[in-house]
Design a protein around this ligand. Structure first.
Ligand SMILES: [Fe+2]
Length: 318
C-alpha cells in the first residue's frame, strides 16, 4: 500500500537519552509488517516508545506482539496457584484490581507484595532462564490525573558506556544470579513469608551483567532487583558489586518518566536495553487502575544467558 511506511512519526523525547513518542499507529486494521518492522527498529534505537490514546485492545496488542516473537505467558504463575482476573494467558495483569473486580486492599499481602516488587527497577523475565525481549503495556482504565502511577525507565546502555574502562574489564565475564524472591524480599521487608527465604538455595537464572545489545551493537548493563549475587564470587562480594552497579545505573541522569494520560496510552520497551519500574501513587487503595502487559521472549543470542535452554522451566509465584 503506497505511503504505509510513512504513517508513523517517531519524535525523540527532549532532555533524555532514551524514549520517543510514536504517532500514527492505527489498530483498526491489522498492523502491516512494514509498520511493525519500523516500530521495532525505532524501539531498538530509542529503548522506549510511547503512543497516546491508541485504539488498541487485548487482541490487537497480542497480534502486534506476536509479530516480534513468541509471547511469554502466565502459566507458571497459574501453576503456583495465582488466581487470574483476565482469561488470556499472554496478558500479564498489572492492575490494582483483584479477580473479583474489587480494588486490591492493603490486607491482600500477596498482591500488595507483587505491586511493591514491580516498583523496584528490573528487566522483565530476568529471573527466568529465557528472559523477556520486548514488553508492551497499555492503559485500559486510569485513576484521576495527578494521583501518580507513572512508569519509569533507565538507560542501561548509556550507563554501561559511561563506566570506566577498568570497571568494564572487571565485570565483563560476571554472571548475575537472579531470583524473583530477591525482588520480593527487598520490596517487602515487613512480610515474614519472604524474609525466611535463602536466595542461595532457590532456582537461580544466570545472565551476564555486561552484554551487547545485538540490534545496535551497544554495550548494556543488565542488572536489577532480581540480581542477588554473582556466580563464582563470595556471596557478600557479589552482593556488594551488584549494589554498586545498581547505584550507578539508578542515577537520575539515566531516568525517563512516562505519565499515563488517557485510556489507550501505550508504552513499548526493550528489556535488553532499558530497565523499568512502576511507581505506586496516591491512587493506590483508592482508585481503579487497569494496566495490561505482554512480553515477547528474547530471541537474541543472550536470551538464555548462561542457562540450559533444554531445562528452562519458568518461575511462578502465587
Ligand atoms: Fe516489569
Amino acid at each position: 500500500m503506497p505511503g504505509v511506511l510513512n504513517t508513523l512519526t517517531i519524535t525523540p523525547f527532549e532532555g533524555s537519552t532514551i524514549g520517543a513518542r510514536v504517532d500514527g499507529l492505527d489498530f483498526s486494521r491489522p498492523v502491516p509488517d512494514e509498520v511493525s518492522n519500523e516500530l521495532k527498529a525505532a524501539l531498538h534505537e530509542h529503548g522506549v516508545l510511547v503512543a497516546r490514546s491508541t485504539n488498541v485492545d487485548d487482541h490487537t496488542m497480542i497480534a502486534l506482539g506476536k509479530k516480534w516473537g513468541p509471547l511469554d505467558n502466565v502459566t507458571a504463575h497459574k501453576k503456583a496457584g495465582r488466581k487470574m482476573r483476565l482469561d488470556i494467558d499472554e496478558i500479564f495483569d498489572v492492575s490494582n484490581i483483584d479477580p473479583e473486580d474489587n480494588l486490591i486492599a492493603e490486607g491482600d499481602a500477596l498482591r500488595v507484595s507483587s505491586a511493591r516488587g514491580n516498583a523496584l527497577w528490573h528487566a522483565d523475565g530476568a529471573y527466568n532462564p529465557r528472559r523477556s525481549g520486548i514488553s508492551i503495556i497499555r492503559a485500559v482504565e486510569l485513576p484521576p490525573k495527578g494521583t501518580g502511577g507513572e512508569t519509569e525507565f533507565l538507560d542501561s546502555r548509556t550507563s554501561y558506556e559511561d563506566l570506566p574502562d577498568a570497571k568494564k574489564m572487571e565485570i565483563q565475564n560476571y554472571v548475575g544470579m537472579n531470583t524473583l524472591y530477591w525482588n520480593r524480599i527487598q520490596a517487602n521487608p515487613d512480610m515474614e513469608m519472604f524474609q525466611s527465604i535463602d536466595c542461595t538455595q532457590v532456582p537461580l537464572a544466570k545472565h551476564r551483567l555486561a552484554q551487547i545489545h545485538e540490534p545496535t551493537g551497544r554495550g548494556n548493563l543488565y542488572i536489577g532487583s532480581y540480581n542477588h549475587h554473582i556466580e563464582g564470587l563470595p556471596i557478600d562480594e557479589g552482593m556488594r558489586i551488584t549494589h554498586e552497579l545498581r547505584s550507578h545505573v539508578e542515577q537520575d541522569k539515566y531516568k525517563l518518566t512516562v505519565s499515563w494520560e488517557n485510556p489507550g496510552d501505550m508504552a513499548f520497551w526493550d528489556n535488553t536495553a532499558v530497565l523499568h519500574r512502576a511507581t505506586i501513587g496516591a491512587y493506590a487503595g483508592k482508585y481503579r487502575r487497569d494496566m495490561r502487559r505482554i512480553s515477547t521472549f528474547d530471541d537474541s543470542k543472550w536470551a538464555y544467558g548462561e542457562n540450559d535452554p533444554n531445562n528452562s522451566q519458568q518461575i511462578g509465584l502465587k
